[in-house]
Structures are given as structure tokens and as C-alpha cells.
Design a protein around this ligand. Structure first.
Ligand code: PMP
Length: 452
């Protein structure tokens, strides 16, 4: 029987084996759909910091479905609201053509988190379904407002999988031959562990920030539309630029007429442990901020925040996104924001982030594979190297570490151009016991790896 025929005979209650799921996936998913682990996991339930597979095995989730779980999986308050909305036959789809109290309140609350450079009282916001769309809109708005098209981004940066955002992707593995790349240029990434200028942090005079200006001077006509960068380069392997970098770069960008777009798709929603958005606490004079992922705690919602004058440059045009800000998604983001505030999850991200970082630095003393520990709050990266002198990328070891951690009931992520950076981004509600569980599993797994 053909796979297609079998599919039609299945109902939502049919329980396929993992082998069957993989076969159907292989038959019909695009070849671009990768999966973690040699034997991919089939996760079916989740609660708080934990996820469960089809056999009921429990895993501590330290990557949150790629940095999406902020308030914790299936938070009871969000669940309760969802149940109420469904039982009350609340409308699922409104678009912005009708009024919608959830999206309106969300706009009000989110703009309140904007940095001073954007004037929270007058800042504007549009909702999207994803981080890619949020960045597309940010690029559109910056180009409309400036009348310029050139956008500077960073090598190792990632901003989405749509054509426009891929033009600013700093990873060859994510870019396509087919993709139109226009009016996009990338500056060198501010990576202190592998400083491209061979300087030491503290005495480096921020050559990386100066390089942004040199990039403008040597690859543009001297005026630009925007600079697009993440406060911590997520897909790039949690590359964490020094704090002074952003302020310096924003000054340069504004001098050349551009708008600073801070891509907070990964760093937003309190993850960096300072403010709801990382941009204000890092002193980034941003004009536009984009977010998604943890904003909806797993629901498909993103946002593009911008200064009023930038939004006004779009007056007279239509810009429409069918599902954006629909009630169910907007409610989830709004309730997530409330939970983060009421449960003091930003403070927890700061405290637990520091505790985890300290624990990782302890592990670094004992495990030569750990080349670097970095990140902000609960966005933590561990760069694995074969040799601390040569800093040779330990890519295969990172993949093995993921398997060993899975055997110990802990799910971690990885990133970096060479796949040698462990990415940790647990729920913001992670507690000390769970942090201990993670550190213990890492300690054991690294020991196994190092024994060869
Ligand atoms: N920006 C950043 C910083 C991201 O990490 C991602 C996703 N990894 C995106 C944008 C794109 O978001 P989405 O996958 O929701 O389109």
C-alpha cells in the first residue's frame, strides 16, 4: 500500500510507530527538515521545565524547542485561558480589520517595554506570526523611512528563513544559491573568544565596532537604511558582544542615516535576565526591535516595535498579515508577559543564569573540551574545542555530547557555524534542582567524552 493511501486511512487517534513517522516524514518533508539525534525524539507531552516522549520518558528541556519556552511548558494560567476561550466559543481569527482586545492590550503592554530611544509612549507595534516576518517588516520600515536600501548585518548572524532575511544570514549552510542577495553587506562579528582582530577584551578599542563604520565607508555610497543585529548571536553560537559595542555601533549607524534594528527574537521576553527586552538594559539606542519565540511561550507570534516617525513613513500604504495578532496567539503572549512579571521570572533568569554560568565555569576547570562559557541570563553557550591553544572546533564531540545528555534525560541545543557550541536556554522558571541536574549530566557526559 502506498504511503499516501495509508495516510488517508489514518485518523487523529492513530498511533504510528516512530519508524512509521520517520518514513512518512522522509517521503513528504523537504530535505531541509533536519532532526536532532541519531534516533529522533518523539515528544508528546510537556509541563514546566520537562518534556515527555511517547514512551513517557521524562527529559529536562534546556533548549525550549529552540528558545521558545519562557514561562514554562503548558503554564496553568495559559491553559486555563485557552480552555475558557474555547468553551466560550471565542473567535479564533479576527485580523486587524476587526477590533481585538487581546492584541490591543498586548500592543499597549509591549510598547511600554521599549527603550527610551523609541519613546515608549508613542512607539508603534505590528504583530506577525514569526521572527522572520518581524524582521521583514523591520527592514521594510527602515527602508521606507530612510529612502535608502542598503542594510548592514553581522557575519554569523541569523534573522530568518524568508528571502529578505536570508540576505542577511551569516551562515553558508542556511543560505541558498537561489536566493536573491541585494543591498546587503555583513560586518565582522564581535566575537571576543575568537577575536578576528587578535585583540584581548578590555584593551581592544572595539575594533569590531570600528569595522562597522569601515564596512559602510567601503561598501555603500555613504548612506544606509539600517543595521540589523542580535544582542546575542543565537544561531551563531550565542556569541556575546561586549556591552559597549552596541552603543558605539548605534552612534555610527545613526551618523550614516540608518536605523538600528535590534533582533530580539532570541534575547527578548526576559531571557537575558535584566529587562523584558535586552535592548534597554544593554543601552542600545534602537529604532526598531523585533521579537518572537519566547514572546508567545511557544505560540506562533512575533512583533515589530518601532519609533513613531518610522511608522509614520508608512502612512498611506497597506500592510497586511492575515493571522497576525489573532486572539489566541495574542492572549498567549499577553498572559506570558503577565506571568513573567508576576512570577518575577526576569529576576529568576538573572539569578539562575548566574548560578548556571558559575557552575559551567567550574566545569571548565575540569574539562579541557570547554573552550569558552558565555551568554546573558538564561541564554548560555559553551564552546567546545579539541584543543584550547588551537581552538579547533569540536563539532563531532558536540553532537556526541547531545546524545550522552539525552541518555541522561537532558535535552540541550547546539549552534555555531561549525556546530560546536552547546546552547542552553531553559524555561525562565528553572529552579536550583533542575540547574543541578543539568550540571551533573554535563559533568558526566563530558567525562565520558574525554575518556574517548
Ligand atoms: N531572528 C533570530 C535571532 C532567530 O534566532 C530566528 C530563528 N532562529 C529568527 C529571527 C527567525 O524566526 P522564525 O523562525 O520564527 O521565523
Amino acid at each position: 500500500m502506498s504511503l499516501a493511501k495509508q495516510e488517508t486511512e489514518k485518523t487523529l487517534d492513530t498511533v504510528e510507530t516512530n519508524g512509521e513517522l520517520l518514513a512518512t516524514r522522509k517521503a513528504h518533508f523537504l530535505p531541509t527538515a533536519a532532526h536532532y539525534y541519531q534516533e529522533p525524539l518523539h515528544l508528546v507531552r510537556a509541563k514546566g521545565s520537562f518534556v515527555y516522549d511517547e514512551q513517557g520518558r521524562e527529559f529536562l528541556d534546556v533548549i525550549g524547542g529552540i528558545v521558545c519556552i519562557s514561562a514554562g511548558h503548558n503554564h496553568p494560567r495559559i491553559q486555563q485561558r485557552m480552555i475558557e476561550m474555547i468553551t466560550n466559543d471565542e473567535i479564533q481569527h479576527t485580523t486587524t480589520l476587526y477590533l481585538n482586545r487581546y492584541a490591543t492590550r498586548l500592543a499597549d503592554k509591549l510598547t511600554g517595554e521599549a527603550p527610551k530611544s523609541m519613546d515608549p509612549k508613542t512607539a508603534k507595534v505590528a504583530f506577525t506570526n514569526s521572527g522572520s516576518e518581524a524582521n521583514e517588516l523591520a527592514l521594510l520600515a527602515a527602508r521606507q523611512a530612510t529612502g535608502e536600501t542598503m542594510v548592514i548585518s553581522l557575519q554569523h548572524g541569523y534573522h530568518g528563513g524568508t528571502s529578505g532575511t536570508l540576505a542577511h544570514c551569516g551562515h553558508h549552510s542556511w543560505r541558498f544559491r537561489a536566493q536573491p542577495v541585494s543591498n546587503a553587506v555583513a560586518a565582522i562579528a564581535p566575537n571576543c573568544y575568537r577575536c578576528p582582530f587578535k585583540r584581548d577584551p578590555g584593551t581592544c578599542h572595539l575594533e569590531c565596532a570600528k569595522h562597522v563604520e569601515e564596512t559602510i565607508q567601503t561598501t555603500t555610497h555613504g548612506r544606509i537604511a539600517a543595521f540589523l543585529a542580535e544582542p546575542v548571536l543565537g544561531v551563531g553560537g550565542f556569541i556575546t558582544p561586549p556591552e559597549e559595542y552596541f552603543h558605539r555601533v548605534a552612534e555610527i549607524i545613526h551618523r550614516y542615516g540608518g536605523k538600528y534594528i535590534s533582533d530580539e527574537v532570541q534575547t527578548g521576553a526576559g531571557r537575558c535576565g535584566q529587562t523584558f527586552l535586552a535592548t534597554p538594559s544593554l543601552g542600545i539606542d534602537a529604532d526598531i526591535i523585533t521579537m518572537a519565540k519566547g514572546f508567545g511561550n511557544g505560540a506562533a507570534i512575533g512583533a515589530t516595535l518601532m519609533r513613531a516617525d518610522i511608522a509614520e513613513s508608512m502612512t498611506g500604504k497597506m500592510h497586511f498579515n492575515t493571522f497576525a495578532g489573532d486572539p489566541f496567539q495574542a492572549m498567549q503572549a499577553l498572559t506570558t508577559m503577565d506571568i513573567i512579571e508576576e512570577e518575577k521570572l526576569i529576576e529568576n533568569a538573572r539569578v539562575m543564569g548566574q548560578a548556571l554560568k558559575d557552575g559551567l565555569l567550574e566545569l571548565q576547570k575540569r574539562h579541557p573540551l570547554i573552550g569558552d562559557v558565555r551568554g546573558r541570563g538564561l541564554l548560555l553557550g559553551i564552546e567546545l574545542v579539541k584543543d584550547r591553544e588551537t581552538k579547533e572546533y569540536a563539532s563531532a564531540e558536540t553532537a556526541q555530547l547531545m546524545e550522552l545528555m539525552k541518555e541522561r534525560g537532558v535535552l540541550i541545543g547546539k549552534g555555531g557555524l561549525f556546530g560546536n557550541v552547546v546552547r542552553l536556554a531553559p524555561a525562565l522558571s528553572i529552579n536550583r534542582d533542575q540547574a543541578e541536574q543539568l550540571l551533573k549530566a554535563l559533568d558526566e557526559s563530558l567525562s565520558v567524552l574525554e575518556k574517548g
